[in-house]
Each structure stands twice: as structure tokens, then as C-alpha cells.
Design a protein around this ligand. Structure first.
Ligand code: FES
Length: 140
């Protein structure tokens, strides 16, 4: 079974209980000595990647700066919704409730699901976010 066929991939996109993310491949440039923890990203083609956590950076910035297709048009102001990710259901409790601005954007996404969040509103904190699993939502 290749990484793109992991059942966990489908689960993450549909919100059902997930399974095995251990096959995530570290992104090019991932330096474990510099990383502040890590998280797993499922891309839109089914590829499963491990990205480094970087203290104080927005998850959106980490995803974008490692070359994934995440427009993030507003630059992290919770005003565009183009950094939309689905969070593994088991990881939802790690995150604070969305702000009013984030909730407004989420409410207007055609691809909204209960585990939807804006990755620009997740400011990396290893103690909270290390080991999370997220998936890029479809583009709208
Ligand atoms: S980058 Fe625009 S809402 Fe997150």
C-alpha cells in the first residue's frame, strides 16, 4: 500500500475516525534538529507529508513555505478562507474555539465540514500542536 492509498487519508477528509499516519514522508528540507515538533499534512492528491513545527509561525505559513498549494490570499488575517484545512477529528480538542472572524469565514466556505479550520489561525505551539494531522481542503 502506498502513502496515497492510506485509509487514514480518506478518513481525514471525511471526518471519520482515522488510522495510520505513520507513513508520512518528511518534506524536502525538513531538519529534525531545527524543527519544533511536527505535523502531518495530507495534500489534495492523497500524498501524506510530515512538516516541521516552527514556534510562533502560523501553520498556513509552514504549509505555504514548504511549497504546498495554499493561496492564503489575505496573508493570515482570517479574511479569505483560502488556507482552509480539515483537522483530524481526534485533534480538534487541541485547538481553541475559532474567533468570530474565523467562524465567519468558515461559515461561508462551500467545502465546510465540522473539522474545518483556517490554518492561518493555528499559531504553532509544540506543547499543543505536535503530532497533529491536517488535510488541505479542496480549492473553491
Ligand atoms: S490566509 Fe486568509 S483566511 Fe487564512
Amino acid at each position: 500500500m502506498s502513502a496515497v492509498e492510506l485509509s487514514g487519508s480518506e478518513d481525514l477528509a471525511t471526518g471519520h475516525a482515522s488510522s495510520d499516519f505513520s507513513h508520512a514522508v518528511p518534506v524536502e528540507g525538513f531538519d529534525p534538529t531545527l524543527a519544533d515538533g511536527s505535523f502531518t499534512l495530507l495534500d489534495r492528491e492523497g500524498g501524506l507529508h510530515r512538516l516541521p513545527g516552527l514556534a510562533g509561525y502560523r501553520m498556513m505559513e509552514i504549509i505555504r513555505d514548504f511549497g504546498f498549494d495554499i493561496p492564503a490570499i489575505c496573508g493570515g488575517a482570517a479574511a479569505c478562507g483560502t488556507c482552509h484545512v480539515y483537522v483530524e477529528p481526534g485533534d480538534m480538542a487541541r485547538l481553541a474555539e475559532p474567533s468570530e472572524e474565523e467562524s465567519y469565514q468558515l461559515d461561508h466556505l462551500l467545502t465546510y465540514q465540522p473539522q474545518s479550520r483556517l490554518s492561518c489561525q493555528i499559531i504553532w505551539d509544540r506543547a499543543v500542536h505536535d503530532g497533529m494531522h491536517v488535510a488541505l481542503a479542496p480549492k473553491e
